[in-house]
Design a protein around this ligand. Sequence first.
Ligand code: FMN
Length: 300
Amino acid sequence: MPAKQVLIIYYSQTGQLADIVNVFSKPLKTESINLEIVRINTHHNFDFPWTSEKFFNAMPESVLNIPSELESYSLKQEKYDLIIFAYQPWFLSPSIPANSLLSDPKFQKVLNGTPVITLIGARNMWLNSQEKIKEKLKTLNANLVGNVVLIDRHQNNISAFTILHWMLGGKKDRYLGFFPLPGISQKDIAASESFGSLLLPHIESGNWDGLQDKFIEVGAVEVKDDLMFIEHRAGRLFSIWANLAYGKKNRCTILIFYKYYLLIALFIVAPIVLIVNNLLFKHFFIKQVNRKKQYYLSIN
Ligand SMILES: Cc1cc2nc3c(=O)[nH]c(=O)nc-3n(C[C@H](O)[C@H](O)[C@H](O)COP(=O)(O)O)c2cc1C
């Protein structure tokens, strides 16, 4: 049997997603698979660490899916048996580099008619962004067959705080010596090797039936009620802010307001709304919540 052609393609700013890709793909380095790993970049370099201004300045284009020019990259094949598209969300949307790749005609051509697995390395909010990716893959005639998601498992406010420390300070270390390490834990990254192993027989057979169920069963993708609740509401509000700022003369001023809005929404409003929802409303809507969770876990 000829070797299966598998492409893993991704952007990574700090190297976190690069680590995930390397670990996840270990089991795929076999004789039956011709594995090609491509790391892409945009012409515009998103400097790391970020300044606060540059960080929030990435919001409108992320949310409105406005692509940026890519540095040239090459693909060895014209057709693949599987493409693993690894990406990270920015502002509840695919990151600008990830979205730029999806808008690139060369990549679009290989996506056409090809099975795709999305591999996400996020803080903890990836649902809106995956919805946008699903839409885009559909219009490009690609066939989503699996979704694996790695997140920072710490409490939402703690992980938001530590990621800001990491993104703006440039070091993935413990803030003040006692906050948890930012980002996805090394343990979870190491565990992603087993998700790659689950994938192997499906690549070899070319049959994707049951793959996502296996991923769900082993916790390769999880949906948390509280985060789903927050993200649902935040997604719509981010669109309003993005449209307010994009292409406007007073963009900088609007983004300063957005920054304070986000900090207040995340650290003050969201926890209060969650407590009220969990105490008073959630139990009336358990069925809807579970239905929604199942939807986000699935690849449909
Ligand atoms: C500008 C920016 C916005 C981000 N927004 C989100 C987000 O909305 N949801 C989320 O789960 N993670 C978010 N993250 C975290 C990233 O998804 C990612 O996990 C982190 O940047 C490390 O990825 P890397 O491999 O590119 O370095 C954001 C990161 C950046 C830099």
